[in-house]
Ligand binder design. Structure first.
Ligand SMILES: C[S@@+](CC[C@H](N)C(=O)[O-])C[C@H]1O[C@@H](n2cnc3c(N)ncnc32)[C@H](O)[C@@H]1O
Length: 457
């Protein structure tokens, strides 16, 4: 391991501080480095380095709240002043789009987060064991290849999350179970914890191996439930699930959920333009992880569109959040979602929010749009909303969009890199980017949510 000096000049896309260092031909990426820092660093791999000493403090540096901040892979920017985080995110979005868009488009100022701590409603923790058998349950070390550390606190979520982790760690010690390993041996894989920010509903899901020789027995499951119930003020209201993940070589991974305790879902509420909407969320359904910012995201998306619309297609609809928000400006809305559990939630959410003009379809976006188009009664949409996973739109979905040729496409994304890539494919076919609105859903991380409005010219 080599020691060197390094001045941080910019941020790497993963949030590391990047700067030149004498003796190294390529810039170093320093975990925890902030633009303006002068550092003595330890160089671990060719370009990856760790801070040994700060010789000059950046004016953008602040004191992290969490004791894990210097090494946790969850928050790479807790040491960066929040206003500077926002500036950096705004600049990143500008760089990603301005490099290929020559026409005028409006890049709005990023919508900041009012509650920058304890804003998440979900966190996934991993189980791991080293060669000596020492047990770890928590998050992944920054810059490591999946090395887990024992989490004691996390400021992105409520304190209940760390008390669940602590109780599960105690249960694990007594259980005799082992952590799942990449060679498909061992039992315990992940622990998902969710807590609604509006109703305080709580949900815990333990994911284990599907190999029969690593299955949990009745007593182990009962003891797991008892430990979780110790953490909650109203134990009867905690939902507990066991998820069995079956990984067989050459076959798609399969999941089976077992409902162990409490309600089979949780409820979350969003306030959109003065109206409170209620959403049922099953353990495997996606829901926006920062509900207060989701309110800003959805309100801002709604304001970007001038209604009324005849037919809105909501692709990658999840639990139908956007469909329900947009239903008031359309004659009809059609939602398409792959996950059957989320589709089931979406149907309940339609009823809970008294929506009459919404149809919900379960299936892959690319295939279902083709089927819809073949229906002679199909009304071509004037607005298509897409909110895909981080990987963006696949070839089939892009093709479907181009065949539908709606007047407007509202593209919401948690990954502006894939979003910019997809928009580059849509532009030569007559679409122009008219509006870009970044939203800070994830303070202290490098992640950015963006709303893009495309119009057919
Ligand atoms: C980022 S979430 C957006 C959900 C929703 N718009 C919201 O804000 O709550 C993406 C959703 O796309 C779904 N999905 C992923 N691939 C899909 C596909 N090929 N076809 C349909 N839905 C898909 C996922 O299950 C997930 O619910």
């Amino acid at each position: 391991m080599k020691e060197s000096v390094c001045c941080i000049q910019r941020f790497h896309k993963k949030g590391y501080g990047t700067g030149k260092s004498p003796g190294f031909s390529k810039p170093l990426h320093v975990i925890g480095g902030v633009i303006g820092d002068e550092l003595i660093v330890e160089v671990k791999t060719k370009q990856r380095a760790f801070i040994k000493q700060i010789t000059h403090l950046s004016p953008y540096r602040t004191v992290p709240k969490c004791s894990h901040a210097p090494s946790c892979g969850g928050c790479s920017w807790q040491q960066v002043d929040y206003l500077f985080q926002l500036e950096q995110k705004q600049q990143r979005v500008h760089e990603l789009f301005a490099c290929f868009i020559k026409e005028q488009f409006i890049l709005k100022s990023i919508l900041s987060c009012d509650q920058i701590w304890q804003y998440r409603n979900k966190m996934e923790f991993s189980f791991s064991q080293d060669r000596s058998g020492q047990q770890f349950l928590g998050l992944i070390f920054a810059g490591s290849r999946g090395h887990v550390f024992n989490l004691q606190e996390c400021w992105l979520v409520s304190v209940w999350f760390s008390s669940v982790v602590a109780q599960v760690r105690l249960w694990w010690k007594q259980s005799g179970l082992s952590a799942y390993r990449l060679d498909n041996t061992g039992s315990l894989r992940t622990l998902i914890v969710r807590q609604s920010l509006s109703t305080s509903d709580r949900l815990v899901m333990l994911t284990v191996s599907g190999r029969p020789e690593y299955a949990l027995n009745k007593q182990q499951i009962q003891q797991f439930i008892q430990k979780i119930l110790l953490t909650a003020p109203e134990p009867e209201k905690v939902s507990i699930f066991l998820r069995i993940q079956q990984a067989i070589k050459g076959q798609p991974t399969q999941f089976f959920e077992m409902h162990l305790h409490g309600p089979d879902h949780m409820l979350e509420k969003l306030n959109i333009e003065g109206k409170t909407l209620t959403f049922k969320i099953s353990p495997t359904s996606f829901f926006q992880p920062n509900p207060r910012q989701a309110e800003k995201l959805f309100s801002s998306a709604l304001q970007a569109i001038q209604g009324p619309k005849k037919h809105i297609l909501d692709l990658y609809a999840g639990t139908a959040t956007l469909s329900i928000v947009f239903a008031k400006i359309a004659d009809r809305v059609t939602a398409i979602e792959l996950n059957p559990h989320a589709v089931f939630d979406a149907k309940v959410n339609k009823e809970l929010n008294h929506i009459k003009n919404l149809e919900i379809i379960c299936g892959d976006v690319g295939s279902k749009v083709q089927e819809l188009k073949n229906d002679p009664d199909f009304i071509f949409p004037d607005l298509v909303i897409v909110d895909p996973p981080r990987t963006g739109l696949d070839g089939k979905a892009i093709k479907a969009l181009l065949e539908l040729r709606p007047q407007e496409i509202l593209y919401i994304s948690c990954n502006p890199v894939t979003q910019a890539h997809d928009i580059q494919l849509l532009m030569p076919k007559g679409y122009q980017l008219v509006l870009l609105q970044p939203v800070d859903q994830f303070p202290h991380t490098v992640h950015i949510e963006t709303i893009a409005l495309l119009r057919l010219f």
